[in-house]
Design a protein around this ligand. Sequence first.
Ligand SMILES: Nc1ncnc2c1ncn2[C@@H]1O[C@H](COP(=O)(O)OP(=O)(O)OP(=O)(O)O)[C@@H](O)[C@H]1O
Ligand SMILES: [Mg+2]
Length: 387
Amino acid sequence: MTLKLTLFAPTSDGLAQLARQLPPAEESVGVSSALGCIDDLAAEIERGHPDLVVADLPRLADAELRRIEVALNDSPATSVIMLSPERSPEYLLQVMRSGVREVVPTPLANGELKVAYARQFERLIARRGSARKGRVLAFLPAKGGSGSTFLSTNLAYALASRGQRVALIDLNLHFGDAALFLSEARPATTIADLARDVSRLDPTFLESSMIEVAPNLRVLAAPDTPEGAMDVTPAAVERILAAARERFDFVLLDMSRLLDGAAVRALDQAEALYLTLQLTLPFIHDARRLLALLATLGYARDKLHVIVNRWEKGGEITSGDVQKALGTPVDLEVPNSFAAVAHAINHGVPILKSAPRDPVSKALLELADRLAPQEAGRKRGWFGLPL
Ligand SMILES: Nc1ncnc2c1ncn2[C@@H]1O[C@H](COP(=O)(O)OP(=O)(O)OP(=O)(O)O)[C@@H](O)[C@H]1O
Ligand SMILES: [Mg+2]
């Protein structure tokens, strides 16, 4: 992921001078610039949440420093290097209290700015490296009713039952129903509420907006109105997933097969895309079209996984046929088990809880095992489930 650097000065001349004082930006740095007064700088921080700001500023009044402080409270991950002509200890203390990380005196001398920049840059890289990054897995139905929501929600539970911290995010923005599969609780907050207030978003706020299904499993519900779905912009999806990846080991996305801007932004963050289909021709036909679309969008073949759902022994079409038709091996066969699946869904209970020995539960655990292999010696998870 790129680091976002913002350069700021009151005038365009100042900005050009500032840029000349810094080393050429590396490829991993996205540079933007802004000019104007303190309000412009503050707005830029609040809007763009840059990782690093280098700002050449005159001596600031108390009210101006407070404005900076408000912006930095809103964007706590932003580091600011401030160039300042005023260097009295009282003033420097005030500046630091507003949240600015480093002050470099002007006029510049002895490469001080370069040193401060390198120091902050290294700190950010180190923080990025150590930041926890949850694994994003996206689930797409080849066709309506293929079982994508059932599988993603129940796999989320299977992973959580093995001690992983798991988030299930319902990105089927118009017709999402994932929360119903795992809980009877009505969601107080949906992804649309978060999207409307995305500047406040951090991992803690995100977690508190989700339904707690089990100790380490939470669900972010889909909007409950069409207007709500419209509020979930691609940028909001990106922020929500970034926050989720900081807090959870796995972030599972229950998607629709309509690949709009928000969906594509989410898929960009996914390490794997699971396409669910059943063993009849219309599913295979649509799976082929969806795979072609995903290829056109640039998703590598090795990211794409195929799950055959409602598999039955002796069926007319086999997983081998699917592999031939799609040119992609079948990753997992989930057996057909109508009564146990319908019972679990109707009661808003994970199938691993209501029917732990059902073949469907076993298939889900098999996939969970591949994604998060169990350490030897740990045999039982919640509810004494065989692990
Ligand atoms: N392995 C299974 N065995 C039997 N029935 C199943 C199985 N998996 C799913 N189903 C049934 O299929 C129905 C549709 O599943 P689900 O809602 O998960 O599909 P979907 O692909 O998410 O559909 P949509 O495109 O509408 O979001 C479920 O209500 C359930 O009854
Ligand atoms: Mg669904």
